[in-house]
Design a protein around this ligand. Structure first.
Ligand code: ZN
Length: 310
C-alpha cells in the first residue's frame, strides 16, 4: 500500500534501511520517518521479469487502511495536490479530496504537436477536431504533470491508493482504470492486447528496462530506437508449439532525445502506441517451440519528454 519507503524508524528512533533490514530487528513496530504511522517491511527479492532474474529492491510500506497522517511527504494525497497545482488544467479538483486527470487533453496535444512538426511548411490545419484551444502550447505542462503522476504511481506498491485520489477519464468522461493506463514489465502483453484490440484509444504509459539504444539505423540519421528488454516467450494458447513474444520499441527522429538513456535504465514512456505482429519464424530444432511469433508495440516520439527515467 502507498508509496514505497527506503527507510523507517523503530520505537527508539533508530533508522533502518529497507535493503538490509531483516525481520525482528529494531524495537517494533517500525514507523514512518515523517509522520510515525506504523509500517511493515518487504525484503529485496529476485523476480524473473525478463530473460534474466532481476533483483527487486526492498521497501517499507503501509498496512492496509492505515494511511499516512495528513501532510506527510509520503502521503499520496498531498503529492496529488502538488501535481494538480501546476498542471495547467489537466488535473482538476473534485469533491472529497479527489482529483481527475483528462487523458483526452494529452492525446489532443500530442496529435497537434505531431501535426505541427510534420507541417512545418506552414500548412495551417488548426480548428479540426479540437476540444481544447491551442492545447499544443500547453503540451509541456500536460506532459510534465502526467509524468509526475506516473512517477508517483511507479513509486507505489500498486494502483489502489492512487486510484482513490486521482481518477482518469477519457472522451465523454469515461473512467479509465489505472491498470489500463500504466503497464509495468510483467504486463506488457496486456498493453499489447489493449492497443491491438483497440480497447483503448487513450495514451498509455509503458514501463520497462532498456535492452539497447541504437542510432542511425541503416545509416539513416532520423532512425533511432530504444528497445526494451523482452519478457520470456510464452506458449500460444491455440498452438503450444508456437512461442509468443513481445518487442517494445520507442523511435525518435532526433537522436539527441535519447541522450542520457542507456542500457539497463528503467524508463517509462507515455503516448500513443501502435501494434503489429510479425509472421511466425521457425525455431531451431530441439527447443521447446517449433515456431516463434513476435508481436510489436511501437511508439514514435513527438516530444523528448515522453520518455521518463525512473
Ligand atoms: Zn508518513
Amino acid at each position: 500500500m502507498g508509496i514505497k519507503m527506503g527507510y523507517a524508524l523503530d520505537q527508539n528512533g533508530v533508522e533502518w534501511d529497507a535493503q538490509t533490514y531483516q525481520k525482528g530487528q529494531g524495537a517494533e513496530p517500525l514507523r514512518c520517518q515523517h509522520c510515525g504511522v506504523n509500517v511493515t517491511h518487504n525484503p529485496p527479492h529476485p523476480k524473473e521479469i525478463y530473460d534474466k532474474p532481476v533483483l527487486v529492491s526492498g521497501y517499507f510500506r503501509l498496512y492496509p487502511k492505515r494511511p499516512h497522517v495528513a501532510g506527510c511527504r509520503f502521503g499520496i494525497d498531498s503529492e496529488v495536490v502538488e501535481i494538480a497545482k501546476t498542471s495547467d488544467g489537466l488535473i482538476e479538483s473534485l469533491r472529497n479530496n479527489r482529483y481527475r486527470m483528462r487523458l483526452v487533453m494529452i492525446k489532443e496535444a500530442l496529435e497537434e504537436a505531431s501535426k505541427s512538426k510534420s507541417n512545418s511548411s506552414g500548412d495551417n490545419r488548426a480548428g479540426t477536431r479540437k476540444t481544447y484551444a491551442s492545447s499544443s502550447g500547453r503540451l509541456p505542462a500536460y506532459i510534465n504533470s502526467a509524468k509526475r503522476a506516473l512517477k508517483l504511481r511507479a513509486a507505489c506498491t500498486d494502483d489502489r491508493e492512487l486510484q482513490e485520489h486521482l481518477e482518469l477519464v477519457f472522451e465523454g468522461n469515461v473512467n479509465v482504470a489505472w491498470s489500463q493506463f500504466y503497464f509495468e514489465a510483467e504486463r506488457h502483453m496486456e498493453a499489447f492486447h489493449a492497443v491491438s484490440q483497440n480497447t483503448v484509444q487513450h495514451p498509455i504509459a509503458i514501463q520497462g528496462r532498456v535492452k539497447d539504444v541504437k542510432y542511425a539505423i541503416q545509416g539513416v540519421e532520423s532512425k533511432n530506437v530504444i528497445n526494451l528488454l523482452m519478457n520470456k516467450f510464452r506458449p500460444d494458447s491455440d498452438d503450444p508449439a508456437n512461442g509468443i513474444g513481445l518487442e517494445v520499441s520507442i523511435w525518435a527522429s532526433d537522436p539527441s532525445w535519447f541522450k542520457g538513456i542507456e542500457r539497463d535504465n528503467e524508463i517509462l514512456v507515455l503516448g500513443m502506441w501502435r501494434s503489429n505482429t510479425k509472421a511466425p519464424a521457425p525455431a531451431s530444432p530441439g527447443g521447446r517451440y517449433k515456431t516463434f511469433t513476435t508481436r510489436r508495440l511501437t511508439l514514435t516520439l513527438v516530444l523528448k519528454t515522453q520518455v521518463i527515467k525512473v
